[in-house]
Design a protein around this ligand. Sequence first.
Ligand code: NAD
Length: 409
Amino acid sequence: LIVPNHPIIPFIEGDGVGPEIWQAAQTIFDHAIEKAYQGQRKVAWQEVLAGEKSFNANGSWLPDETMQAFKDYLIGIKGPLTTPVGGGIRSLNVALRQELDLYVCLRPVRWFNGVESPLKMPEKVNMTIFRENTEDIYAGIEWQQGTAEAQKFYQFLSQEMGVKKVRFPQTSAFGVKPVSIEGSERLIRAAINYAFDNKLPSLTLVHKGNIMKFTEGGFKQWGYELAEREFADSVFTMQQFDKLKKQQGNEAAQTTLKHAKSSGKLIIKDVICDAFLQNTLLKPEEYSVIATLNLNGDYVSDQLAAMVGGIGIAPGANINYLTGHAIFEATHGTAPDIAGEDMANPSSLLLSGVMMFDYLGWTEVGQLISRAMAQLFQQGSATVDLARFMSNGKILTTKQFTQAIIRHL
Ligand code: NAD
């Protein structure tokens, strides 16, 4: 990306705790930019509306101008949005992702010293999840039980496809799981490039190919084929390892693997999703970059976030690496139970901002913010959601947390 020194960045403040955490985040971003570049660079933040605030102002949950701003300015950042219930309005987040074809949901998972974790050695966690964002069972192709559509689909399955496995046709609901080669490849390609850019040791394809052979199994197979075809000189795959083992024995395969690792090749491996979830608790150090399909990715993202402090601190981004479009966002919801109480944790939005500045190449800003947060957590100072679990935790309000970060920049 070629980034001007004074870019316009649209932001959606968000509902519930959104205004509080946005105010905290923007104040910190501006201070960190000033500190890093002393007036040479500055962001012109442009508020765009969505969610409840937008609905109350102009009757639209997601106005065209908002979508247009994200299209025009390429990147943007957002707080959480209330999902309108009923009325045929789909999730606003899903609408944004679909409209801009943001096919990667990127979720880095790192632990800050001082933050309570259920793991014995959380310092070993350093993973980045690439979750496919547009396909899979989440495509929303499903039919309710008892409807004419569900009946029609059942007839198609039983009569034209010869499927005899549906035991209760009258009362069955149906869903379709589309997974394409193109959709899988662009996700895995982005994950491999990310691993190279950040000098990371491995990429793991997480799947349920043992049960869903053509969709999840396809994802795994296409991933290996893509890696061996497009990155032949710089990767070593466990598929190549298995072939070598069959042809030349275990010792030769192990030697080649060792050599590949020591010469800095990216190791591409795969694991079944349930084993992966177990392993991440027992030996998280085995994983670095993760690529997975939409549904697995949803579960995996939240479990891994819980291992390092929960969604209050887990950042995220939705990215289309082909067009450059990206929206960085807090991963939690609007937290209506604590809205307006000056107690929300802005860390998720802050760290999403760190990802955004890294994406722009303004890495100094992200480093300043991450370091300040790390110092604060190490002292045991945090908002109540984290501080109550810390030994000698000092509870800060959102405003106090903001001021403390600024002091530490
Ligand atoms: P939630 O994430 O809002 O809240 C779950 C729990 O986590 C609550 O106890 C809340 O107080 C706490 N929490 C969340 N964020 C916090 C923060 N920053 N600091 C401290 N505590 C925090 O989930 P929910 O209650 O299921 O959903 C509420 C609304 O948010 C719904 O309308 C839902 O659709 C929406 N939602 C939006 C997004 C998004 O915009 N990305 C994501 C999830 C849910």
